[in-house]
Design a protein around this ligand. Sequence first.
Ligand code: URA
Length: 426
Amino acid sequence: MHPVEIIEKKRDGNEHSAAELREWINAYVADEVPDYQMAAWLMAVYFQGMTPRETAELTLAMAHSGEVLDLSGLGKTVDKHSSGGVGDKTTLVVAPILAAAGLVVAKMSGRGLAHTGGTIDKLESIPGWRAELSDEEFMRQAREVGLVVAGQSKNLAPADGKMYALRDVTGTVPSIPLIASSIMSKKLAAGARIITLDVKVGKGAFMKDLEHARELARLMVSIGRHAGRDVRAVLSQMDQPLGRAVGNAIEVREAIATLRGEGPTDLSELSLALAEEALAAAGLDTARAREVWESGAALAKLRAFIEAQGGDGRVVEDPELLELSAETSELRAPESGVVTELDAYRVGIATLRLGGGRERKEDAIDHGVGVYLLKKIGDSVRQGEVLARVHHRGGRGLEEARRLLAEAYRFGGEAAAPPLILDVVA
Ligand code: URA
């Protein structure tokens, strides 16, 4: 293989063969292709695109660049993935529902990225809970509890780790075939037969409009099918944050409240929709989702899962055990009216500035800070009424967070809460 020929072929808009893509990806992972040549090829893909067949072959090559988990002995395995949002704690609600309904949820999750939170960071706000599991521990817990969530292993789709870091610094992240292959390579390597995707659309998401989100969803579903998996995608609104809590401990508290039937309607609605899609894909009665939720079986499953990974399961009964900073600051409405906008991106950045996310990869995060949104789109407010409560630590980042939150809110004469579920692609 001659790297220059591969780059030229894509530069000129031609289609790669499966063998070519395998060789190209393997050579890159083996450090036989330098970053500058991969960067040139990524830019060629950015401009020329890829056919769906070519994207599926690229994804398979990336998925097989490292370890591929074999979950075949575990029954009906399911993975749920979100393309990234603000206040998105649906995994913490959906995964226990699915496990309680009889599926095996064995998944690897990421940490927060930029303004978006990560499931592992949220779970680490539970005292004692640990994300690092050996392969044996992962498989045993999947078998015995039916629910396991581990940090992304470095051996899983290593081609994606290397390519993503390069895309990040070469302006080649926002390419639909590159995003689809990045997400799906990790999902295929993680081994689940059923993959339920939550593709976020809007200000706080990667995909800003429905048309592009739909294209991404269709591509990921077709990649999954090509690899023999059942993939379904729910497209959901991310103009404003999901639920009312944004942060880490505060989001786990809200997820627990939701499993108790006391959560915000948008989070409950989306969690139910995602759970029903996964159950339908498994050929099970979708009514099971609501049953195990209402009976408390899902909450009991969450506790069993937390304890299996070393965490204090009492948080399920006593959310106060999830430490939330008592230092608070309230943001008040500058005028009376109806909330017409609540920019999820700005709320995400505000949480980051408080210390709830990472500015750099190696930063430690503060699980006890965050934002609670008392008012969301469509709510009426009177001047001086509290819009949001900020939990901060010693004032760190508070001034900027307050400024960002003030900018996130817009008021007008009338507005209705935007539709939450925009489409389902199966
Ligand atoms: N998430 C990923 O894992 N990869 C992308 O390229 C974008 C979002």
